[in-house]
Ligand binder design. Structure first.
Ligand SMILES: Nc1ncnc2c1ncn2[C@@H]1O[C@H](COP(=O)(O)OP(=O)(O)OP(=O)(O)O)[C@@H](O)[C@H]1O
Length: 310
Protein backbone atom coordinates (compact mmCIF):
# COMPACT_ATOMS: atom_id res chain seq x y z
CA UNK A 1 0.00 0.00 0.00
CA UNK A 2 2.87 2.37 0.86
CA UNK A 3 4.75 1.70 -2.44
CA UNK A 4 5.44 4.79 -4.50
CA UNK A 5 4.64 7.36 -1.81
CA UNK A 6 6.41 10.68 -2.33
CA UNK A 7 6.65 13.72 -0.07
CA UNK A 8 8.01 17.16 -0.94
CA UNK A 9 10.04 18.45 2.01
CA UNK A 10 10.50 22.15 2.76
CA UNK A 11 13.16 23.06 5.30
CA UNK A 12 12.99 26.59 6.68
CA UNK A 13 16.70 27.56 6.73
CA UNK A 14 16.53 29.98 9.66
CA UNK A 15 13.85 28.29 11.75
CA UNK A 16 14.65 27.73 15.40
CA UNK A 17 18.01 29.48 14.83
CA UNK A 18 19.18 26.67 12.59
CA UNK A 19 17.32 23.79 14.26
CA UNK A 20 15.32 22.92 11.12
CA UNK A 21 18.37 22.29 8.88
CA UNK A 22 20.00 20.43 11.79
CA UNK A 23 17.11 17.94 12.08
CA UNK A 24 16.46 17.62 8.33
CA UNK A 25 18.63 14.52 7.83
CA UNK A 26 16.82 12.66 10.63
CA UNK A 27 13.44 13.67 9.19
CA UNK A 28 14.38 12.41 5.70
CA UNK A 29 15.69 9.15 7.20
CA UNK A 30 12.45 8.56 9.14
CA UNK A 31 10.35 9.19 6.03
CA UNK A 32 12.44 6.71 4.02
CA UNK A 33 12.28 4.15 6.82
CA UNK A 34 8.49 4.53 6.75
CA UNK A 35 8.32 3.85 3.00
CA UNK A 36 8.01 7.45 1.82
CA UNK A 37 10.46 8.88 -0.72
CA UNK A 38 11.35 12.43 0.33
CA UNK A 39 12.06 15.10 -2.30
CA UNK A 40 13.97 17.90 -0.62
CA UNK A 41 13.01 21.26 -2.14
CA UNK A 42 16.03 23.58 -2.45
CA UNK A 43 14.13 26.79 -1.58
CA UNK A 44 16.10 29.55 0.10
CA UNK A 45 13.38 32.20 0.22
CA UNK A 46 9.76 32.05 1.26
CA UNK A 47 8.61 32.87 -2.30
CA UNK A 48 10.75 30.02 -3.70
CA UNK A 49 9.37 27.70 -1.06
CA UNK A 50 5.79 28.50 -2.06
CA UNK A 51 6.51 28.15 -5.80
CA UNK A 52 8.41 24.89 -5.45
CA UNK A 53 5.79 23.38 -3.13
CA UNK A 54 3.03 24.36 -5.58
CA UNK A 55 4.96 22.73 -8.44
CA UNK A 56 5.43 19.57 -6.34
CA UNK A 57 1.69 19.44 -5.62
CA UNK A 58 0.92 19.82 -9.35
CA UNK A 59 3.46 17.06 -9.94
CA UNK A 60 1.42 14.71 -7.76
CA UNK A 61 3.34 14.38 -4.47
CA UNK A 62 1.42 12.65 -1.69
CA UNK A 63 2.22 15.34 0.91
CA UNK A 64 4.12 18.54 1.56
CA UNK A 65 6.21 18.27 4.72
CA UNK A 66 7.22 21.59 6.32
CA UNK A 67 10.22 21.33 8.64
CA UNK A 68 10.51 24.49 10.74
CA UNK A 69 8.21 26.83 12.59
CA UNK A 70 4.85 28.33 11.71
CA UNK A 71 6.48 30.26 8.84
CA UNK A 72 7.52 26.99 7.21
CA UNK A 73 4.01 25.60 7.63
CA UNK A 74 2.58 28.83 6.21
CA UNK A 75 4.71 28.45 3.06
CA UNK A 76 3.60 24.83 2.56
CA UNK A 77 0.01 25.76 3.27
CA UNK A 78 -0.12 28.15 0.27
CA UNK A 79 0.52 25.15 -2.00
CA UNK A 80 -1.84 22.60 -0.47
CA UNK A 81 -4.84 24.50 0.94
CA UNK A 82 -7.93 23.83 -1.11
CA UNK A 83 -6.34 20.72 -2.68
CA UNK A 84 -6.55 17.08 -1.52
CA UNK A 85 -2.77 17.02 -0.91
CA UNK A 86 -2.07 16.98 2.83
CA UNK A 87 0.37 19.15 4.79
CA UNK A 88 2.64 17.74 7.47
CA UNK A 89 4.38 19.92 10.03
CA UNK A 90 7.60 18.83 11.67
CA UNK A 91 8.16 21.26 14.54
CA UNK A 92 11.66 22.76 14.54
CA UNK A 93 11.03 26.48 14.85
CA UNK A 94 10.78 29.14 17.52
CA UNK A 95 7.00 29.20 17.19
CA UNK A 96 5.38 25.81 16.50
CA UNK A 97 1.80 26.78 17.21
CA UNK A 98 0.22 24.79 14.39
CA UNK A 99 2.02 21.61 15.51
CA UNK A 100 0.82 22.31 19.06
CA UNK A 101 -2.79 22.71 17.94
CA UNK A 102 -2.67 19.60 15.75
CA UNK A 103 -1.17 17.33 18.41
CA UNK A 104 1.98 16.65 16.36
CA UNK A 105 4.78 14.97 18.35
CA UNK A 106 7.26 17.57 19.65
CA UNK A 107 10.27 15.52 18.56
CA UNK A 108 11.01 16.02 14.83
CA UNK A 109 11.93 12.36 14.20
CA UNK A 110 8.74 11.16 15.93
CA UNK A 111 6.76 13.73 13.93
CA UNK A 112 8.25 12.38 10.67
CA UNK A 113 7.42 8.79 11.71
CA UNK A 114 3.82 9.84 12.33
CA UNK A 115 3.70 11.39 8.83
CA UNK A 116 4.97 8.19 7.19
CA UNK A 117 2.50 6.11 9.23
CA UNK A 118 -0.47 8.21 8.13
CA UNK A 119 0.64 8.27 4.49
CA UNK A 120 1.11 4.50 4.45
CA UNK A 121 -2.28 3.98 6.09
CA UNK A 122 -3.95 6.56 3.83
CA UNK A 123 -5.32 8.48 6.84
CA UNK A 124 -5.52 12.25 7.20
CA UNK A 125 -7.28 14.82 9.37
CA UNK A 126 -9.27 17.61 7.76
CA UNK A 127 -9.37 21.10 9.26
CA UNK A 128 -10.54 24.59 8.29
CA UNK A 129 -8.15 27.26 7.04
CA UNK A 130 -8.30 31.04 7.04
CA UNK A 131 -8.11 32.99 3.80
CA UNK A 132 -7.34 36.70 3.75
CA UNK A 133 -7.23 38.07 0.20
CA UNK A 134 -5.00 35.64 -1.69
CA UNK A 135 -3.23 34.27 1.41
CA UNK A 136 -4.07 31.13 3.33
CA UNK A 137 -3.26 30.79 7.02
CA UNK A 138 -3.84 28.11 9.63
CA UNK A 139 -3.43 29.40 13.20
CA UNK A 140 -4.32 32.96 14.28
CA UNK A 141 -4.56 36.23 12.39
CA UNK A 142 -3.77 39.22 14.60
CA UNK A 143 -4.16 42.93 14.22
CA UNK A 144 -3.35 45.76 16.64
CA UNK A 145 -0.69 45.75 19.34
CA UNK A 146 0.75 42.36 18.32
CA UNK A 147 0.92 43.04 14.60
CA UNK A 148 2.51 46.44 15.32
CA UNK A 149 5.14 44.72 17.49
CA UNK A 150 5.93 42.16 14.76
CA UNK A 151 6.04 44.88 12.11
CA UNK A 152 8.45 46.91 14.24
CA UNK A 153 10.60 43.86 15.12
CA UNK A 154 10.92 43.02 11.41
CA UNK A 155 12.11 46.58 10.68
CA UNK A 156 14.78 46.54 13.40
CA UNK A 157 18.31 45.78 12.26
CA UNK A 158 19.49 45.39 15.85
CA UNK A 159 19.39 43.45 18.13
CA UNK A 160 19.12 40.08 16.38
CA UNK A 161 17.06 37.07 17.42
CA UNK A 162 14.26 37.10 19.99
CA UNK A 163 15.70 40.24 21.66
CA UNK A 164 14.30 42.21 18.71
CA UNK A 165 10.84 41.39 20.03
CA UNK A 166 11.69 42.67 23.52
CA UNK A 167 12.82 45.99 22.04
CA UNK A 168 9.78 46.19 19.74
CA UNK A 169 7.39 45.41 22.63
CA UNK A 170 8.90 48.21 24.74
CA UNK A 171 8.67 50.66 21.84
CA UNK A 172 5.04 49.76 21.12
CA UNK A 173 4.13 49.80 24.81
CA UNK A 174 5.52 53.34 25.02
CA UNK A 175 3.10 54.45 22.29
CA UNK A 176 0.20 52.20 23.38
CA UNK A 177 -3.22 53.61 22.64
CA UNK A 178 -6.45 52.02 21.50
CA UNK A 179 -7.07 52.08 17.74
CA UNK A 180 -10.52 52.72 16.30
CA UNK A 181 -11.41 49.72 14.18
CA UNK A 182 -14.53 48.72 12.34
CA UNK A 183 -15.08 45.05 12.89
CA UNK A 184 -17.68 43.26 10.77
CA UNK A 185 -18.54 39.77 12.03
CA UNK A 186 -20.73 37.82 9.60
CA UNK A 187 -22.15 41.10 8.31
CA UNK A 188 -22.66 42.79 11.72
CA UNK A 189 -20.57 45.94 11.96
CA UNK A 190 -19.28 47.64 15.13
CA UNK A 191 -16.76 50.45 15.39
CA UNK A 192 -14.83 50.29 18.62
CA UNK A 193 -11.49 51.14 20.23
CA UNK A 194 -9.29 48.05 20.44
CA UNK A 195 -5.86 47.11 21.69
CA UNK A 196 -5.80 43.98 19.57
CA UNK A 197 -8.02 41.61 17.64
CA UNK A 198 -7.04 37.93 17.27
CA UNK A 199 -8.94 35.81 14.76
CA UNK A 200 -8.35 32.18 15.69
CA UNK A 201 -8.73 29.10 13.54
CA UNK A 202 -6.66 27.33 16.19
CA UNK A 203 -6.01 28.52 19.75
CA UNK A 204 -2.29 29.37 19.91
CA UNK A 205 -0.01 32.05 18.49
CA UNK A 206 3.31 33.69 19.29
CA UNK A 207 4.93 30.45 20.46
CA UNK A 208 2.44 28.93 22.87
CA UNK A 209 0.13 31.82 23.79
CA UNK A 210 -3.46 30.58 23.94
CA UNK A 211 -5.04 33.75 22.62
CA UNK A 212 -8.25 32.17 21.28
CA UNK A 213 -8.69 29.41 23.87
CA UNK A 214 -11.97 28.04 22.51
CA UNK A 215 -10.95 27.94 18.83
CA UNK A 216 -11.81 24.66 17.10
CA UNK A 217 -10.35 24.22 13.59
CA UNK A 218 -13.16 21.86 12.61
CA UNK A 219 -16.20 24.01 13.42
CA UNK A 220 -16.27 26.16 10.27
CA UNK A 221 -15.91 29.37 12.29
CA UNK A 222 -13.25 31.54 13.85
CA UNK A 223 -13.05 32.44 17.51
CA UNK A 224 -12.40 36.17 17.61
CA UNK A 225 -10.75 37.59 20.74
CA UNK A 226 -11.13 41.37 21.01
CA UNK A 227 -9.07 43.19 23.61
CA UNK A 228 -10.56 46.65 24.22
CA UNK A 229 -8.70 49.63 25.68
CA UNK A 230 -6.30 48.64 28.44
CA UNK A 231 -3.58 50.57 30.24
CA UNK A 232 0.10 49.66 29.76
CA UNK A 233 0.12 48.27 33.27
CA UNK A 234 -2.90 46.05 32.65
CA UNK A 235 -1.53 44.82 29.32
CA UNK A 236 1.79 43.86 30.91
CA UNK A 237 0.00 42.24 33.88
CA UNK A 238 -2.51 40.35 31.72
CA UNK A 239 -0.08 39.04 29.09
CA UNK A 240 1.21 36.12 31.20
CA UNK A 241 -2.42 34.92 31.45
CA UNK A 242 -2.31 34.32 27.69
CA UNK A 243 -0.37 31.09 28.23
CA UNK A 244 -3.34 29.56 30.05
CA UNK A 245 -5.97 31.42 28.06
CA UNK A 246 -7.48 33.00 31.19
CA UNK A 247 -7.10 36.53 29.75
CA UNK A 248 -10.57 36.06 28.25
CA UNK A 249 -12.00 36.58 31.77
CA UNK A 250 -10.59 40.13 31.84
CA UNK A 251 -13.41 42.71 31.60
CA UNK A 252 -11.77 44.40 28.59
CA UNK A 253 -11.80 41.13 26.60
CA UNK A 254 -14.70 39.80 24.56
CA UNK A 255 -14.88 36.62 22.48
CA UNK A 256 -17.02 36.21 19.35
CA UNK A 257 -17.58 33.55 16.70
CA UNK A 258 -17.84 34.25 12.98
CA UNK A 259 -17.05 32.66 9.63
CA UNK A 260 -16.30 36.01 7.93
CA UNK A 261 -14.33 38.75 9.66
CA UNK A 262 -13.80 42.16 8.09
CA UNK A 263 -11.35 44.57 9.69
CA UNK A 264 -10.90 48.22 8.76
CA UNK A 265 -9.36 51.27 10.39
CA UNK A 266 -11.45 54.40 10.67
CA UNK A 267 -10.15 57.20 8.38
CA UNK A 268 -6.89 58.67 9.67
CA UNK A 269 -5.77 55.32 11.13
CA UNK A 270 -2.15 54.39 11.69
CA UNK A 271 -1.64 51.98 8.76
CA UNK A 272 -2.22 48.74 10.62
CA UNK A 273 -1.51 45.43 8.99
CA UNK A 274 -2.37 41.83 9.82
CA UNK A 275 -0.09 38.91 10.64
CA UNK A 276 -0.98 35.25 10.64
CA UNK A 277 1.21 32.20 11.34
CA UNK A 278 3.82 34.82 12.32
CA UNK A 279 3.92 36.12 8.72
CA UNK A 280 2.69 39.40 7.29
CA UNK A 281 -0.59 38.73 5.51
CA UNK A 282 -2.41 41.90 4.39
CA UNK A 283 -2.87 45.56 5.27
CA UNK A 284 -6.27 46.86 6.43
CA UNK A 285 -8.96 46.86 5.22
CA UNK A 286 -8.90 43.05 5.15
CA UNK A 287 -11.62 40.46 4.66
CA UNK A 288 -11.00 37.01 6.09
CA UNK A 289 -13.01 33.86 5.53
CA UNK A 290 -12.97 30.58 7.38
CA UNK A 291 -12.88 27.99 4.60
CA UNK A 292 -14.31 24.77 6.05
CA UNK A 293 -12.23 21.63 5.51
CA UNK A 294 -9.72 23.42 3.26
CA UNK A 295 -6.69 21.70 4.74
CA UNK A 296 -5.80 18.02 5.09
CA UNK A 297 -3.01 17.18 7.51
CA UNK A 298 -1.00 14.04 8.20
CA UNK A 299 1.00 13.17 11.31
CA UNK A 300 -1.50 14.91 13.61
CA UNK A 301 -3.52 13.70 16.60
CA UNK A 302 -0.64 12.00 18.44
CA UNK A 303 -1.26 14.01 21.64
CA UNK A 304 -3.99 16.33 22.89
CA UNK A 305 -3.97 19.78 21.28
CA UNK A 306 -1.64 21.95 23.36
CA UNK A 307 -0.56 18.92 25.35
CA UNK A 308 2.97 18.10 26.45
CA UNK A 309 5.10 16.07 24.05
CA UNK A 310 4.49 12.33 24.30
N1 LIG B 1 11.67 26.77 2.90
C1 LIG B 1 11.91 28.05 3.21
N2 LIG B 1 12.88 28.72 2.58
C2 LIG B 1 13.14 29.99 2.92
N3 LIG B 1 12.51 30.71 3.88
C3 LIG B 1 11.54 30.09 4.52
C4 LIG B 1 11.18 28.75 4.22
N4 LIG B 1 10.20 28.41 5.04
C5 LIG B 1 9.93 29.48 5.79
N5 LIG B 1 10.74 30.50 5.49
C6 LIG B 1 10.78 31.83 6.13
O1 LIG B 1 11.74 31.82 7.21
C7 LIG B 1 11.24 32.53 8.35
C8 LIG B 1 11.41 31.71 9.64
O2 LIG B 1 10.84 30.46 9.49
P1 LIG B 1 9.90 29.74 10.54
O3 LIG B 1 8.76 30.61 10.89
O4 LIG B 1 9.63 28.40 9.98
O5 LIG B 1 10.80 29.53 11.81
P2 LIG B 1 10.78 30.16 13.28
O6 LIG B 1 11.94 29.62 14.02
O7 LIG B 1 9.44 29.94 13.91
O8 LIG B 1 11.02 31.63 12.93
P3 LIG B 1 10.77 32.96 13.69
O9 LIG B 1 11.28 32.74 15.07
O10 LIG B 1 11.57 33.93 12.86
O11 LIG B 1 9.30 33.17 13.61
C9 LIG B 1 9.79 32.85 8.05
O12 LIG B 1 9.63 34.24 7.88
C10 LIG B 1 9.46 32.12 6.76
O13 LIG B 1 8.67 32.87 5.87
Amino acid sequence: MGAGLRAAVLVSPAAGRGRAPAVAAAVLAELRAGGVTPELLPATTRADAERQAAAAVSGGVDAVVAVGGDGAAHAGLQAVAGTPTPLAVVPAGTGNDLALALGVPGDPAAAARAVAEDLAAGTATTIDAGRTGERWWATVLCCGFDSAVTDRANRLRWPRGPRRYDVAILAELARLRPRELTLVLDGEATTLPVTLVAVGNTAWYGGGMRVCPGADPTDGRFDVTVVGPVSRRELVRTRPRLAAGTHVEHPAVTVHRAARVELAEVPGGSGLTTYADGERVAPLPAVTDCVPGALRVVGAGRRPAGGAAA
